[in-house]
Structure formats: structure tokens, C-alpha cells
Ligand binder design. Structure first.
Ligand code: AMP
Ligand code: MG
Length: 290
């Protein structure tokens, strides 16, 4: 693995695209400070230029270098939840190219906990812009094989770090507005965050241009709730999916990738309970069905 990490780092420093494992989903990484390299991410994914990227760092000092200022809430959140599946949006330092943030004055930062992701960032010596390593609106990859199937030759190198353990995209919180606001729910819940920084607002609204209602979708039609009467398909519900959110998240995208290969007419999914710890999963399931 150390040779592959060195090769990945070398490619990244040369402006290439490398798919890297993180604990959330596989990321399509490029040097975040290299405008031309970041442009290739948008091309490979077919992602609209209006959709800002998350920049991955290997320590808090690196995050601070990319921020114009680092609010006290950012320090508390980083202390509690980094490395881990929480993305923190803060005012952007001018060294971050505008293409990374889709022209926004703020930048999204995350320190992943996957040891391979951390090692690649360290070895490359630069922060990595990395959205999920899939075509725009398609299902996020949670294995190296998902990446190869979805992106093929559009990526210069795929670093295989095994299946992702968290399994859905990070919680995104903005500290660049008047009040802290959760723009995207994830496996770090509102309750956990409020335990650290107090009350937060919730909802993407105008602030988060990339939160398209259709996102994270398999090709097969996904319906919420009961199975359709016509055609044939599979229903994911409490009888065949894990009862705790962390295990459920670890399996969801893998199950959907697998079912998507089976030429089904539909996939029906029972929406999990409406509680904070399931909020990230309810969000992704709802959007898979759009
Ligand atoms: P992903 O799709 O996992 O790459 O996550 C990126 C998402 O984070 C984007 O689609 C936006 O919704 C959000 N995001 C990233 N940067 C910003 C920013 N500067 N301001 C608001 N939202 C952002
Ligand atoms: Mg994505």
C-alpha cells in the first residue's frame, strides 16, 4: 500500500486525478491549489461549475491556512469530530482558487479519518479537493470497483483502500453565515453537533448551491414506501436492513449498486424513523427516489 500511496501523491502533485478511499465514500481527488487539476474533476464527473467542492486536509493547521478566519466554533467542532465525517464551511482564504468554491467566498473543509486518505494528503503535501468519485447525480461509490465501473478511464489512478466504513457523504455545517447551519445531514447528527456548539439552524436553502433534489440515484427507479403493484423489484425495509443507523449507512450504497445491476423495474425503500440519527439516511434515500 505504501508504494501505491507514493504513486498517488506523485500523480496528484503532477495535476492528475486520483480516486481515494475515505471513510464516507470514495473521492475523486486533485490538488485543491491547482486550478487546472480541479477543472478536470468537474469534467470527469460532468459536475456543474456552480457546485462547490469539499477540500480535504490532514490536520487542523492545514485547514486554517485555507480559511480567512477560523471561528471558535470551528475549533470546537474540529476538536470533537475530526478526523471524521464532518465538513466545516468557513470564509475562504484567497489561496483557494475560485473554481474550488464555485465562486463562493467560503470554503468547505474536512479532515477524513481513513488512514489511506490521510497518508495520501500528507505525502502529496497539498490539500485535496475531492467530491464523490462518480458521475454527477449518480450513486456514490463505496468500493474501488464502484469507481472503476462508474468513471473508467476518466480517472488516472484508483487507490483501493477497501469498502468505506461510514458509507454516506459527510454532514456539512456552515459557519460562514450569521448562525451555524447544517446544510446537509449525515452520520454526525444535529444532536451531536448541538452538544458541542449549541443550537444550529438546519436546511440548505440558498446557501448551498450543490444540494440538488436529484442526487445519489441508481439508474433503477427508486420509490419510497410500499412496493409498486406492477413489474418486479426488491424492497429494502426493517426486515432486511440493519436496525441501527451506522450499520445501515455502511450497507446502503453497496446494496443499491448491487440491485442496480439486476435489471429490476423498481427498488422500494422504507423510510427510516424521523429522528436526528437517521436524518442523513432519510435525506439520501429521499434524493435517490427523486
Ligand atoms: P459533495 O457533493 O459530497 O462533494 O459535497 C459538496 C457539497 O457541499 C456541495 O454540493 C455543496 O452543497 C456543499 N458545499 C461545498 N462548499 C460549499 C460552500 N462554500 N458553501 C456552501 N455549500 C458548500
Ligand atoms: Mg457527490
Amino acid at each position: 500500500m505504501s508504494e501505491e500511496i507514493a504513486r498517488a501523491a506523485e500523480l496528484l502533485r503532477a495535476g492528475k486525478l486520483v480516486a481515494i478511499p475515505t471513510e464516507t465514500v470514495y473521492g475523486l481527488a486533485a490538488n485543491a491549489l491547482d486550478e487546472a487539476a480541479v477543472r478536470r474533476i468537474f469534467e470527469a464527473k460532468g459536475r456543474p461549475a456552480s457546485n462547490p467542492l469539499i477540500v480535504h486536509v490532514s490536520n487542523v493547521a492545514m485547514a486554517k491556512e485555507l480559511a480567512l478566519n477560523w471561528p471558535p466554533e470551528a475549533d470546537r467542532l474540529a476538536t470533537h469530530f475530526w478526523p471524521g465525517p464532518l465538513t466545516i464551511i468557513v470564509p475562504k482564504h484567497p489561496i483557494v482558487p475560485d473554481i474550488v468554491t464555485a465562486g463562493l467566498p467560503s470554503v468547505a473543509l474536512r479532515m477524513p479519518s481513513h488512514p489511506v486518505a490521510l497518508a495520501v494528503i500528507e505525502a502529496a503535501g497539498v490539500p485535496l479537493a475531492a467530491p464523490s468519485a462518480n458521475r454527477f447525480t449518480q450513486l456514490s461509490p463505496t468500493t474501488a470497483q464502484h469507481v472503476r465501473d462508474g468513471l473508467g478511464s476518466a480517472v488516472d489512478f484508483v487507490l483501493d483502500g477497501g469498502p468505506c466504513t461510514v458509507g454516506i457523504e459527510s454532514t456539512v455545517i456552515s459557519l460562514s453565515g450569521l448562525n451555524p447551519r447544517i446544510l446537509r445531514p449525515g452520520m454526525i447528527s444535529r444532536t451531536q453537533i448541538e452538544g458541542v456548539i449549541g443550537p444550529v439552524d438546519v436546511g440548505a436553502g440558498e446557501e448551498s448551491p450543490g444540494q440538488h433534489p436529484k442526487h445519489y440515484s441508481p439508474r433503477t427507479r427508486v420509490v419510497i414506501g410500499d412496493s409498486p403493484l406492477e413489474g418486479h423489484g426488491v424492497r429494502l425495509d426493517a426486515s432486511n436492513m440493519p436496525g441501527d443507523p451506522a450499520t445501515y449507512a455502511g450497507q446502503l450504497y453497496g446494496r443499491l449498486h448491487e440491485l442496480d445491476q439486476q435489471c429490476l423495474d423498481w427498488i422500494a425503500i422504507e423510510l427510516p424513523p424521523d429522528t436526528p440519527e437517521w436524518a442523513g439516511l432519510r435525506d439520501r434515500i429521499s434524493r435517490a427516489a427523486n
